[in-house]
Structures are given as structure tokens and as C-alpha cells.
Design a protein around this ligand. Structure first.
Ligand SMILES: [Zn+2]
Length: 239
């Protein structure tokens, strides 16, 4: 890679510190791509890693590219047109990040031995168990005769039938709750899908906004340099 006279002598990646003056043998410096598509791709990767980018003069050193992106042409390493910088030594802050463990969920302490045993079972296990037990229990004879129209038992109903009515009510309740759970699950799925779609759109918008901001910042810096040069020239001229 031949560096043009006006190119920056150092790698634009922050914390890299590689320059033509102190480079490790074999390191080459590469200009930014010329197509808008590739420039945007580089920009997305580099904007958080370079303090400033000048399309014409900034250089990225070969240490940031995987080997597969290089071709040997006339015994020189040539960067491929589709190359993307991807190798950046980790900064201290990212490697020292502390991962906090989540607090375990506090459940109410089981009161009896049965509670304790029930807590050990999964929902599916419990449901299956209840279903299979229900199949074994015999419905009391003339069960419906004991139950009146407001779903209560007549005064002379045997305990067995009273309990059976309670089981039927609970079973019905469980079925309704399960239906609600399924419905909610479907709603949540739709909501999540919508959220994901709008999140993706937002992300894209933010990404291009970030790019524009970054370009504006670079242009402002360039503008400031030009103004300085004009000032110097004007001062020289007016002498
Ligand atoms: Zn570098």
C-alpha cells in the first residue's frame, strides 16, 4: 500500500496507536472505500471507534482486518473491496464488566407437608396428575339430583357428592383459566411481533441519524481547519 502524501500517518482507530513511524513490520495502512455502500458499512463499525474520520485522508491499519480479506498482488498485501474492519483489541472497561447475578425469586414458605410437595411439582405434572385422578374417581350416583339451580347442594347431600361438586367447579375454573392463558399468550405474541417490527424501524432510523450526525461532526471539524488556514493565509497576505 503506497501512502499518498496527504494521508494521515496514523491509524484512525482510537487506542490503536499504529503509525507509519512506529509500525510493526508487515503492517499496512488502508484508505476508506470509495463506494457509498461500503463507506456506510465501515462507518457503522468505526464511528464509535474513531474520534474523527476523513474519507480522503484517514487510514485504517491492517491489524483490524481478518487475513481472509487480503490478496497478495506483486508481493504486496492488497485489501479486498469487500473487506470490513472487525478486529479491535478489547478495551479494559469492557473486559472488566461485572455480571450481576439475579436475586432468586422469593416464594411464600410452604405451610404444610402437602404444600411443600405441591411446590415441587411442575404445572404440567400437577395438571396431568389431577386429570388422571379425576378419571379414577367415580361420580356419586344421582349426583345431579343433589345439586339445585344456583349450583349448591341440597341440605341432605352426602359429603362425597358435596366434594364432587367442588371438584367440578374447580375443574371448570381451571379450564377457563387455561383458555385465558392461551388467549393472552396469542395476544402477547402479536404484541411482541408488532413491537419487534417498530423496534427494527426505529433502530434503522437511529442508525442513519447517527451516521448523519457523525458526518456533520467530521465536516464541522474540516470546516474549522479550513477557516484556520484561511485566517493564516489572510494574515500572510495582509503583511
Ligand atoms: Zn490500527
Amino acid at each position: 500500500m503506497t501512502d499518498s502524501k496527504h494521508s494521515h500517518p496514523h491509524c484512525a482507530v482510537q487506542n490503536c496507536k499504529m503509525s507509519v513511524f512506529n509500525k510493526i513490520p508487515g503492517t499496512s495502512f488502508h484508505p476508506f472505500p470509495t463506494t457509498n455502500e461500503m463507506r456506510n458499512k465501515w462507518l457503522n463499525i468505526l464511528k464509535s471507534r474513531c474520534s474523527s474520520i476523513d474519507w480522503a485522508r484517514s487510514r485504517i491499519c491492517s491489524r483490524h482486518f481478518e487475513n481472509r480479506y487480503f490478496d497478495i498482488v506483486d508481493s504486496r498485501r492488497k485489501l479486498r473491496d469487500n473487506a470490513l474492519p472487525s478486529l479491535f483489541p478489547a478495551s479494559a472497561s469492557s473486559t472488566q464488566r461485572v455480571v450481576r447475578s439475579l436475586k432468586p425469586v422469593e416464594s411464600t414458605p410452604p405451610r404444610t407437608k402437602i404444600d411443600r410437595l405441591l411446590n415441587r411439582m411442575t404445572q404440567t405434572q400437577l395438571l396431568d396428575d389431577v386429570k388422571s385422578t379425576m378419571r379414577l374417581i367415580k361420580v356419586p350416583d344421582n349426583f345431579s339430583d343433589y345439586v339445585n339451580d344456583d349450583l349448591h347442594c341440597n341440605p341432605d347431600t352426602p359429603v362425597e357428592a358435596q366434594l364432587w361438586l367442588l371438584i367440578k367447579k374447580q375443574d371448570h375454573l381451571i379450564t377457563r383459566l387455561m383458555q385465558l392463558v392461551l388467549q393472552n399468550k396469542k395476544h402477547v405474541e402479536v404484541l411482541q411481533k408488532n413491537m419487534e417490527e417498530s423496534r427494527n424501524e426505529k433502530k434503522e432510523m437511529e442508525q442513519s441519524l447517527e451516521n448523519y450526525k457523525y458526518i456533520a461532526k467530521c465536516l464541522q471539524e474540516k470546516h474549522a481547519t479550513l477557516e484556520e488556514q484561511i485566517e493564516i493565509l489572510t494574515a500572510v497576505e495582509s503583511r
